[in-house]
Design a protein around this ligand. Structure first.
Ligand code: G6P
Length: 361
């Protein structure tokens, strides 16, 4: 088994470090840097959808939230659903393309949701890592995320590849909506693997020290807005899955509607801030709210906005396009979850009570 880990202590750490390679594989042949064109051959003649519904579970649901936001940004109405809820009470499909986002292609809830959608006449697409999986076989179309096998129960490289795959899908089915935006996205996707590598290369010492300081807290909160909202949810999920510590993620605007009651000087808050758009600036306001309650604040940022006076600790990721920055932030959060779990001596690759692929509803 040690050989399979290529010298890393855990499969999860190996897979975190495989992300630059996984992302290059995901992008290979799909991106033309010169023309700014994106082509996803897998999906053949899939037409621009009128509406989109995305169904998924766990980490894949967070990718679906990101995807839905991207579709809406290019003018296509889109909504992400937890597959278990969709399967229990399916919404009208109208003229929707229903996309199942599932690493394994075998998650029972996601398959049920896709079957419910198909039964109601929807066109379906699987975005998956596993060639020949049930989702790939049963859907009308399939797009492969090309991450390579993922052994660690906590999904890492497949989440990054799902975000990139959904971005590629959107550019290929809705091209030309905003050519400047597309060009900037293509350029930043081109640089993505290198930027992920630099997050991996730079951060370990800072993170070990941080984890040492923060361990033993009552709970850990993660906040972000816009594209950083699903990344906040994912950061908390990763953290709780492998550390067994209480962690919650919130779209930052929701803090004041309840979660703020839990914030004390013993609940560190990880705040995700990239770019300098309204989402980033409003998040600074939310950081002030938690600071006023004495919470230790760790800001993970690309440094575009000046955050030093809002933070006890600042973790920097490279500056890049607004759609891609959250991906780099996510890699940083994966490392934090991993280091905390290692510090607490947890079963990192096989956390208690969890399975890689859940085949019951
Ligand atoms: C399980 C795994 C999660 C995963 C979820 C959905 O709960 O432990 O890591 O995100 O299933 O899996 P899928 O294969 O459908 O992406």
């Amino acid at each position: 088994e040690q050989t399979g880990k290529s010298g890393y202590e855990h499969f999860m750490l190996k897979e975190i470090h495989e992300q630059p390679t996984a992302l290059r594989q995901c992008l290979s042949g799909r991106l033309d840097r010169l023309s700014g064109d994106v082509t996803v051959e897998d999906i053949g003649d899939l037409e621009t959808p009128v509406r989109v519904q995305l169904v998924a579970c766990g980490t894949s649901y967070h990718a679906a939230l990101y995807g839905a936001q991207r579709f809406r940004e290019v003018g296509i109405p889109a909504q992400a659903f937890l597959a278990s809820e969709y399967a229990t009470a399916p919404p009208p499909v109208d003229e929707s393309l229903v996309i199942g986002v599932t690493q394994s292609g075998e998650t029972a809830d996601t398959l049920s949701a896709l079957r419910a959608a198909k039964g109601r006449g929807a066109e379906t697409l699987a975005v998956t890592n596993v060639v020949g999986s049930t989702a790939a076989r049963e859907c009308d179309h399939v797009m492969y995320i090309r991450s390579g096998p993922e052994i660690g129960v906590a999904a890492t490289k497949t989440f990054s590849s799902q975000l990139v795959s959904l971005s590629l899908l959107i550019e290929s089915v809705a091209p030309g909506v905003d050519s400047e935006r597309t060009r900037a996205l293509v350029e930043s996707l081109w640089r993505l693997a290198g930027n992920v590598q630099s997050v991996l290369d730079n951060s370990l010492d800072d993170i070990e020290e941080l984890v040492d300081e923060l361990s033993g807290s009552d709970a850990y909160f993660f906040i972000g807005r816009g594209y950083n909202a699903p990344v906040a949810l994912e950061g908390a999920l990763k953290f709780k899955e492998i550390t067994y510590e209480h962690a919650e993620g919130f779209p930052a605007g929701e803090l004041k509607h309840g979660p703020l009651a839990l914030v004390t000087e013993n609940t560190p808050v990880f705040a995700l801030v990239t770019g300098d758009d309204a989402a980033a600036r409003k998040t600074l306001g939310n950081i002030k709210e938690v600071q006023a309650r004495g919470a230790p604040v760790v800001v993970v940022t690309d440094g575009v906005l000046e955050v030093e006076r809002f933070a006890d600790v600042v973790l920097r990721v490279p500056e890049t396009d607004g759609l891609v920055g959250p991906l780099l932030v996510n890699v940083q959060l994966q490392l934090i979850a991993y280091e905390m779990a290692a510090h607490l001596n947890r079963e990192i690759d096989k956390p208690r009570n969890l399975a890689k692929s859940v085949t019951v509803e």
